[in-house]
Design a protein around this ligand. Structure first.
Ligand SMILES: NC(=O)c1ccc[n+]([C@@H]2O[C@H](COP(=O)([O-])OP(=O)(O)OC[C@H]3O[C@@H](n4cnc5c(N)ncnc54)[C@H](O)[C@@H]3O)[C@@H](O)[C@H]2O)c1
Length: 258
């Protein structure tokens, strides 16, 4: 299939909905074969079915990124089905928001097991094949929480800060072997994870409006706006972009508040 990712094989974790689903759809439209690595069997299978129906090559593999054995098995299925893995989008993530001293050990672990360990498990599963072929692009979905803090959102930003460190460490380590590792830091993107967060406020619509107004364009981001950047970083159009982080927040993180 023609396209900017023609003949590439891409794994997208957490591709059953939200940013991951949008990324999988964009990558398939650009000619990639897709592995939908998702914990939710219903949404993951539905996305793979939709891509196949649209003429793309797509495989759903039920995957829990927190479980290294599950991730290794998924990566092996990707290789046995499509021959290799050119692109990994480590997108699966969860919000774990608490006041620091109210955070139980179990909640700390739940956050880190997906938001940081999950990315490491996924990268570790595809890196040997990329090194052997001396080519590959890994894109991790970080967050503006990777470099700024909102009180009461602990420990999510701690894991997302660590994710940026992981991206830099791997990007530097394997750069001379033709592998690029980059991050995307979205601001508020209107997905289910955001809707669930606003639902916790007395007036969810007012909270949604407040979130939109925090961004200079006075709106929230869309999943496809992250997906387009993931396509760019995964493609051969970004050959010298490595160990970098592209922020997608309409300028919010640059805005000075007086
Ligand atoms: N929406 C935002 O405003 C926003 C902003 C910054 C960063 N992000 C990041 O973007 C990524 C995607 O977020 P989203 O908004 O699309 O969220 P979402 O909740 O809509 O989608 C996340 C997907 O990941 C899957 N998932 C969760 N845990 C998993 C696991 N252990 N193994 C496999 N799959 C798992 C979920 O089932 C779901 O399909 C996350 O890493 C999130 O932290 C989101």
């Amino acid at each position: 299939m023609a396209g900017r990712l023609a003949d590439k094989v891409a794994i997208v974790t957490g591709a059953g909905r939200g940013i991951g689903e949008a990324t999988a759809r964009r990558m398939a439209a650009e000619g990639a074969a897709l592995v939908i690595a998702e914990r939710d069997a219903t949404t993951g299978a539905a996305v793979a079915r939709a891509l196949t129906a649209a003429g793309s090559r797509a495989l759903f593999v039920e995957t829990d990124v927190a479980d290294p054995a599950s991730v290794e098995a998924m990566a092996a299925r990707a290789v046995s089905t499509f021959g290799r893995v050119d692109v990994l989008v480590a997108n699966a993530g969860i919000n774990v928001f608490h006041e620091p001293l109210d955070t139980s050990d179990a909640e700390w672990r739940r956050c880190f097991s997906v938001d940081l360990d999950g990315v490491w498990h996924s990268a570790r599963a595809v890196l040997p094949g990329m090194r052997a072929r001396r080519a590959g692009s890994i894109v991790a979905i970080a967050s503006t929480h990777s470099f700024s803090i909102i009180p009461g959102c602990f420990p999510y930003p701690v894991a997302k800060h660590g994710l940026l460190g992981l991206v830099r460490a791997l990007g530097i380590q394997y750069a001379a072997e033709g592998i690029r590792v980059n991050a995307i830091a979205p601001g508020y993107i209107e997905t289910q994870i955001a809707l669930d967060y606003w639902a916790g406020f007395p007036d969810p619509e007012a909270e949604r409006r407040r979130a939109a107004d925090l961004h200079p364009p006075r709106r929230l981001g869309r999943p496809d706006e992250v997906a387009m950047t993931a396509v760019f970083l995964a493609s051969d159009e970004a050959p010298f972009i490595n160990a970098a982080c592209i922020t997608i927040d309409g300028g919010r993180s640059v805005l000075y508040h007086d």
